[in-house]
Structures are given as C-alpha cells and as structure tokens.
Design a protein around this ligand. Structure first.
Ligand code: TRP
Length: 334
C-alpha cells in the first residue's frame, strides 16, 4: 500500500448469498475503487452472530463470500481482504468504544428497531451494540472513506460521533471517516415487489438473484419478475417494475437508460425481461467460472486468508497500542 492514497474500508456480512443487489450496489463499485484507494474489504462474520447462525453454514458462507470478492475482481495483492474474526482487535476496540457510546444513541438506530421487530425472539445485546462494532471496524484502520448504502448512513454518523467524543477526550487518536456514496451504485429492488430492496434474507426466493444462481434459474426469475400496467418500456417512478429491470440492465451492460429505452422501444415486456435476464447471466457467468476455480484451489485461498489477516492485524494493532495507552490500561510487560 502506498501512502498517498486515502484509506477506504467496507464490509459485507456472510449471511446467506451474495445477491445481485450486493453486487451492483457494492462489490462492483469496489472493483473500481480499489485502484484509487488503499482499500480494505472485510467479511464481517462477527456482525453475522447478531442473528442465530448455523456454525457449518456460517463457516462456509464466510469463505464463499471471500471467494466471491476475488471472483468479481478484487485484487488480494492490491487490497486487504480478510475475516473480521481473524483480527481480535475488532472485539477489543468494540468493547472500549461501548464505554464511550450512550444507550440513547443506540436506541435511535433504525436498523436496530427493524431487526428487533424481525427477530423478536432474539433481541440480544450484540444486535443493540452492532453499530459500535462497526465503528471499531472503521476506526481501527484510520479509515477516511466508507462506501455504504443509504441504510448504513446512520451507522456511519454514530461512528463519527463516537470518534469525535473519543478524540475530544484523548486528542487525535482516530481519523474522521466519511461516507462515500457511489454515483454508479444501482439500487436493486425485489423482483416480485419492486417497491422494496432486494435482500438476501428475503423468504421469497423469486425476489432475489444470487450471483451464484444457476443461469437457467436466473432467466426464469426474470421471466417471472413483476411488471407494471401498460406496455411501454420507459424509466418512470410509476413503473417500479420496469424501472428496476431497466436499471439492472444498464448496470450490467454499461448502457445508459436512454440507450436502453431506445433499444426496447418496440419490444414487449416478455422479450424485455428475457433480455435483462440474459444480460445479467452474461455478466455473471465469468464470475461463476472464477468462483469454481477458487473452490478447487484451497491452498491459494488459504494463503490469501492468512496474509489478509496478517496485514489487517498489523494496522489494527498500531491503532490499538495508541488507544490502550490513551485510556490508561497498564503497560503490558513483555
Ligand atoms: N453494517 C454493514 C451492512 O450491513 C456491514 C459492515 C460492518 C460495514 N462493518 C462495516 C460496512 C464497516 C462498512 C464499514 O451493510
């Protein structure tokens, strides 16, 4: 990593599958950002524990997400790619920051409110302090930019509040991070209900496309996608179904909305939906091929996992040494 570039940090939970929404909204943008920033891409397996997980599934999902990071084109030489749980400094800083975060602040988090409704039988303390762990993720690496979706802006704001409070007491320990809101990131909506976001935790499998879905299945899901009344293929808020399909089409082909509208001027909804499905498959198939190669190459992936954790830990430990001293932990005798 060179020093002139800004530090960029982002993370994704290894729960369920990586969806087309995750890909077009985040991962695909990261593949361009990696050239302009010192980027750190984390797989936040500790955050995943805030809902009950099957251990074998979690272990596999975490590794699969890492291989998908690589398959979409994130370069492990250029970036730091690692599992959050491999760097214990995340847990350590998270505890400390808990003591500099108010219950009232956490009570206001909309994601906490939503998730506690959804998991009413398991409103655990981790779910409540989730944003503090996220703050630790970001602050450990002296991050300047955090590419996040709209739904994470509130978490970034609390991170800034915690950093400001901590720096106010102890001097400049943490770099102040900023949200990086990509201009190109497509917001992909559920195929059967285009008024809500495509989500990996959706119970209806027809709503989501996983980037590892079988191509035939992908085409079928697009064939079944909900459209709107009328028959024109135009980008308009009164046509949420067509609007979603057009923006997916443009995101995977690189075409503009205007170009796409023109291209489908004389097409019916049926043909259009198949064309979108095929364009998605064309974009995703090479990623699937790479993923399959990585699956066969255990040693190579193990090596990336090992070096990723080492590189991350070196930076995280540097921040922690400062933090431990500042807050008054006794010096460790070595
Ligand atoms: N909370 C984020 C999400 O659900 C994931 C995440 C955890 C994250 N730690 C982060 C994102 C640090 C950016 C930076 O999308």
């Amino acid at each position: 990593m060179t020093d002139e570039k800004k530090v960029l940090f982002s993370g994704m939970q290894p729960s369920g599958y990586v969806t087309l929404g995750n890909y077009l909204g985040a991962l695909n943008n990261w593949t361009t950002l990696q050239y302009d920033y010192n980027s750190i891409f984390c797989i936040v397996d500790m955050h995943a524990l805030t809902v009950r997980q099957d251990p074998a599934k979690l272990r596999k999902a975490a590794r699969d997400v890492l291989m998908q990071y690589l398959a979409v084109g994130l370069d492990p030489e250029k970036n730091i790619i690692y599992f959050q749980s491999h760097v214990p400094q995340h847990a350590e800083l998270s505890w400390i920051l808990n003591c500099y975060t108010y219950m009232g602040e956490l009570n206001r988090m909309t994601q906490f409110k939503e998730k506690s409704q959804k998991h009413a039988d398991n409103i655990n303390a981790g779910l409540f302090t989730y944003p503090v762990l996220m703050a630790a993720d970001i602050l450990l690496y002296q991050t300047e930019l955090v590419p996040v979706g709209e739904d994470q802006i509130q978490h970034l704001e609390i991170t800034r509040d915690i950093a400001t409070r901590f720096n106010g007491i102890y001097g400049d320990v943490f770099t102040m991070p900023e949200a990086y809101i990509g201009k190109t990131g497509a917001r992909v909506m559920a195929l059967q209900d285009p008024t809500k976001k495509m989500s990996k935790s959706d119970e209806n499998a027809n709503n989501t496309i996983a980037i590892l879905d079988d191509p035939k299945q992908i085409i079928n899901k697009f064939k079944r996608a909900v459209t709107d009344s009328g028959n024109e293929i135009i980008y308009s808020d009164d046509k949420p179904g067509i609007k979603n399909l057009l923006s997916i089409y443009c995101a995977v082909t690189g075409k503009t909305i205007k170009e796409a509208e023109k291209e489908f001027e004389n097409s019916g909804y049926g043909d259009f939906k198949i064309a979108v499905g095929e364009a998605v498959v064309a974009k995703i198939e090479p990623i699937q091929k790479k993923f399959e190669e990585y699956q066969k190459n255990k040693d190579y992936i193990d090596e990336i996992i090992k070096t990723g954790a080492e590189k991350a830990e070196r930076i995280a430990e540097k921040t922690m040494r400062k933090v431990r001293r500042k807050i008054g932990y006794p010096d460790k005798i070595r």
